[in-house]
Ligand binder design. Structure first.
Ligand code: SF4
Ligand code: SF4
Length: 445
């Protein structure tokens, strides 16, 4: 085996429009090539459940090598991948431009793309991941929807588990009666004309989660930016299609990319920066979309112009300086750095941002929460997701801080469930999900 590459990792465009991409024999040969390299390497043994499954099946095979493992066994490996990207970003020395040309997460996407083409992605998963459609419905009748999806509802949750495969104990996000976009349309916060960054303009890509489930993230982000002199608008042209991407529907991801980019490029032309509120969505805009539709110039421009909200605040702090007026937060803060924030190769921006708070104890956790978006709430995955996230929950318990936040709202929710499993009193945690909410709180906004 060759030595690992010392060059910066590259990612290849995804050839999802080519017939060969869906050729079962070709895919099987590629899986065997990559799995054999992983078998000899094993650096990723503790990142997730995919690699342990792979190594267990090889070690338990007749020859102890990949040649005696039936291809049917590969499904369990692919099923356990949450596409967190950590093997590619943090461990693998064989990613392009290394001659081994190994991109494990994108190979799992290809596996699912073939499954999708063969009609093997279940109806329930496809319905659950229509986040815009579900969000509009949920926000139209939040009372009954939130009642039915509540974890304590012994009437509806077993039915949801039976019909849609959602584990009855998995915490599901609530819907709000007014979306972030609707709230933003009702009025913008006054912009602080004395702030050093006055003159910046940013359009906030709401993201499904902040738009339908947690508008507080967007309101807090907007308030922090306004206090720092940034004029903002909030838009949500459509979902970024990360859930469809995770399930191998690359055509849906391509369509979303074209639609969202066409609208946001109009804002870029008017001098606005683009700020995204949830890192999985930012990752799509910045990195995955340009690999899915490399020929779309709007998508390329949008990718280069997009910043995560924490990344944007840190950029203001570094360049113009932040507006005065922050106070300490009592009780300490635990911040989880989401995998999809790490995968953006931008440094630990949520931690950098929170270090700007005066006299506030900060504990940083940089490890996968195990959630993986819609993956972690499914009946077949929920316990695995909690197992993978157990070290993170333990770290959060040991830190014992009053605030527990993550850039990824679903990861935060999952960590709270992990704490419950450890017998921790989660009722003591202050109500805040995203690091930017703590910035707003420190400013007294
Ligand atoms: S992308 Fe994440 S979940 Fe998938 S194989 Fe790599 S480390 Fe495991
Ligand atoms: S993905 Fe790369 S680092 Fe991880 S086990 Fe495979 S070869 Fe090794």
């Amino acid at each position: 085996m060759g030595e690992g590459s010392l060059e910066a990792p590259e990612r290849r465009p995804i050839p999802w429009r080519d017939a060969a991409y869906y050729d079962a024999e070709d895919l099987d040969a590629e899986l065997r090539r990559v799995f054999d390299i992983c078998h000899g390497c094993r650096r990723c043994f503790n990142l997730c459940d995919s690699f342990p499954r792979l190594f267990d099946v090889i070690d338990g095979s007749e020859t102890g090598e990949l040649d005696s493992v039936p291809s049917a066994a590969f499904k369990a490996v692919a099923d356990a991948c949450t596409l967190c990207d950590m093997c590619f970003m943090t461990k693998c020395p064989y990613v392009p431009p290394h001659e081994f040309d190994l991109d494990f997460p994108h190979l799992m996407v290809r596996y699912r793309a073939l499954e999708a083409r063969q009609g093997k992605i279940g109806v329930a998963v496809r319905q659950l991941t229509k986040t815009d459609r579900n969000g509009r419905l949920g926000c139209a009748v939040p009372g009954p929807v939130n009642w039915a999806s509540k974890r304590s509802n012994a009437l509806t949750r077993p039915v949801l588990e039976g019909v849609a495969g959602v584990h009855r104990d998995a915490e599901l996000p609530c819907y709000h009666s007014r979306t972030l976009v609707a709230r933003a349309a009702a009025g913008a916060p006054a912009v602080n004309r004395e702030a050093p960054a006055f003159g910046r303009k940013a359009v906030i890509y709401a993201t499904c989660f902040a738009n339908y489930n947690s508008p507080d993230i967007g309101l807090a982000g907007r308030a922090v930016l306004a206090h720092n002199g940034v004029e903002t608008e909030v838009v949500h042209p459509a979902c970024c299609a990360m859930p469809q991407f995770e399930n191998g529907d690359l055509a849906a991801a391509a369509a979303a990319a074209a639609r969202v980019a066409a609208e946001l490029v109009g804002w870029i032309d008017k001098g606005y920066d683009v700020v995204s509120l949830v890192p999985s969505c930012s990752l799509m805009l910045k990195f995955e979309w340009p690999l899915i539709v490399p020929d779309n110039a709007d998508v390329g421009r949008l990718g280069g112009a997009t910043r995560d909200i924490a990344e944007y605040v840190v950029d203001i702090a570094r360049n113009e300086g932040l507006a005065d007026g922050m106070s300490a937060l009592d009780g300490g803060v635990t911040v989880h750095i989401a995998c999809h924030a790490r995968a953006q190769n931008m440094g630990r921006k949520a931690a950098e941002m929170l270090r700007l708070l005066p006299d506030t104890k900060l504990t940083v956790i940089e490890r996968c929460s195990g959630h993986g978006g819609s993956w972690g709430v499914m009946k077949d995955n929920f316990e695995v997701a909690l197992k993978v996230g157990r070290p993170v929950a333990k770290s959060a318990a040991e830190a014992g801080n009053a605030y527990l936040v993550s850039e990824c709202p679903l990861a935060r929710q999952h960590m709270v469930q992990g704490l419950e499993r450890l017998g921790e009193d989660t009722g003591r945690l202050h109500h805040a999900v995203h690091p930017v909410e703590l910035m707003a709180r420190a400013y007294g906004l």
